[in-house]
Design a protein around this ligand. Structure first.
Ligand SMILES: *Cc1c(COP(=O)(O)O)cnc(C)c1O
Length: 217
């Protein structure tokens, strides 16, 4: 069962080149995740804390788990002991809580700021202006139990490639503006439908789900 998963991953890795692949395993069964794991894939992402915890329980312990969904402050403590990268940080309040839990578990927790680049209203994330304010605030330097690794964003769900490209380029410019000064390393953009565009625009981490788990047409 699910043998096409191996082939799908191989093709995506070929496309991705030097960009890192994080497999988005939300809504997928343990059997499907195991097929992915067989290909030596170790970076997996979930968008809900409960499901992430459940899957972590059932999967090998060398998986690096990424959180990519909206994170409520009261749930941070559940993932703080082990999470590899929280990609969806969109407020100072959340950042403070991650720092607090990092301190409790004696960890420096890696995070990305999620930036709102799409036209859809419902997508989470900071505006460019909010990011600039956050970066310039003195408080952020005092948070010793978090480390900011870069930015994450999602483009508008559209077939107009030039539109997607413009949004990714905007995020890429923002990333490049700060990356040397702030020692950023990760620009997370691109999903199943648009990772080929994201890579052209400078993404070095793509988050792919359906294109791996859906059987090819
Ligand atoms: C679901 C999800 C993805 C993967 O989407 P696919 O289109 O299935 O590849 C990537 N990033 C985020 C933030 C997601 O929620």
């Amino acid at each position: 069962m699910h043998y096409f998963i191996h082939e799908n991953i191989k093709q995506i890795r070929q496309h991705a080149g030097k960009s890192n692949l994080v497999v988005v395993s939300k809504y997928r069964s343990i059997q499907e995740l195991e097929k992915v794991y067989e290909t030596n894939q170790r970076d997996f992402a979930e968008n809900r804390v409960q499901e992430l915890l459940k899957k972590k329980e059932m999967m090998p312990s060398d998986i690096r788990w990424h959180m990519i969904g909206h994170l409520q402050t009261n749930k941070v403590k559940l993932i703080a002991p082990f999470i590899h990268l929280i990609q969806s940080v969109d407020s100072l309040k959340l950042l403070r809580e991650i720092n607090k839990q990092g301190k409790i578990y004696n960890r420096v927790i890696p995070i990305l700021f999620q930036i709102h680049i799409a036209q859809e209203e419902d997508k989470y994330g900071l505006s460019e202006e909010e990011l600039r304010k956050l970066i310039q605030s003195t408080e952020i330097e005092s948070l010793k139990n978090i480390t900011v690794k870069g930015l994450m964003g999602m483009a508008t769900n559209t077939h107009i490639e030039s539109h997607i490209e413009a949004e990714f380029l905007k995020l890429s410019d923002l990333y490049n503006e700060y990356k040397d000064q702030l020692h950023w390393e990760i620009l997370s953009m691109g999903m199943s439908g648009d990772f080929h565009i994201a890579i052209k625009c400078g993404s070095n981490l793509i988050r792919v789900g359906s294109k791996i788990f859906n059987s090819p047409q």
